[in-house]
Design a protein around this ligand. Sequence first.
Ligand code: GCU
Length: 339
Amino acid sequence: MRRRVMLVSAGTAAAAALAACSASLEPGTNEGDVLHLALNQTESHPSYIALDRWGEFMEEETDGRWTIDVYPNETLGAQAEAMQLVSDGSVEMAIVSGPQLENLNRDFIALNLPTTFDDIDHQMRVVHDPAIVGELYSSLEETNNFTVLGGFTQGARSVYTTFGPVETPEDLSGMKLRVQESELNVAMAEGLGAAATPMAYGELYTGLQSGVVDAAENNEVSYATQRHYEVAPHWSYTNHLVGLDYLIINTAMLESMTQEDRAVFDEGWELARAEHVELWLQATEDAIAEAEAGGATFHEVDDSIFFDALEPLADRFLTTDLQWQVYDAARAASERPTR
Ligand code: GCU
């Protein structure tokens, strides 16, 4: 608890020090700024690497007029706080996970469900197709002052525990599973057989170590970069969700860019996304090797059991026409739409 309070106040102080001036930005006139970007991953994570190179690209292409400064490791706060700072305009950009956006607009649930995406290729096609996501990505501009620009994959998420392999939901019975902070994620934990404990990412190592939770779910890259394998060495390939990290940017800042600079910014973002996909595959292999060397065991299990357990969440959570429209369009873009 103490650590959390310190992180939040450190984040707030850092944000106040950054003190951007987005309130006075005139659309289409800004020829240079520093874009501070909040990230909750380490410097060795593919997201950091791809974003940092995007910053270099911006500097090169604009003769140093534009820069992106990436703040890793929750130094500007955990994702919920980072999102608030982007709304305020005190931080310009952040990477936030799907469940965070779901808390502001439930329509994002359509892209957060365990049955939405088959794999990374399918996901990347859908989440950068304006015909499917255009309305959703601008939906927070008036209420929260930020625009969603697409995102990076989180790959397939699986369950890992302090106590042993998970072959069926019964193996998680009575166990506390840390999930991201959203209603859908709580239901997902229950569908996986566990009791849900929503918690910020940066608190999880201590949570597993101290026994506040018995299990968590994530991709191999986070498992290794956060060193969770040290405290939860049993990984089971439940592959229950292909997750997504969104890039969000303060709308006034985005709209302030001159047309020419906006084109450079968009090009750099497209390059960053392509680079991220490539880095991801290698990082996943490296993460498995690192975790195994650190004592982790990776168990192959029948993931269709978990798929079947979570399939009913779509009918339960999709309640509006727009949500179904986005979900159906995402499924229609699959190579096996009816699976
Ligand atoms: C992944 C994802 C993060 C997210 C984290 C979590 O690592 O990339 O954005 O915060 O999962 O489980 O909280």
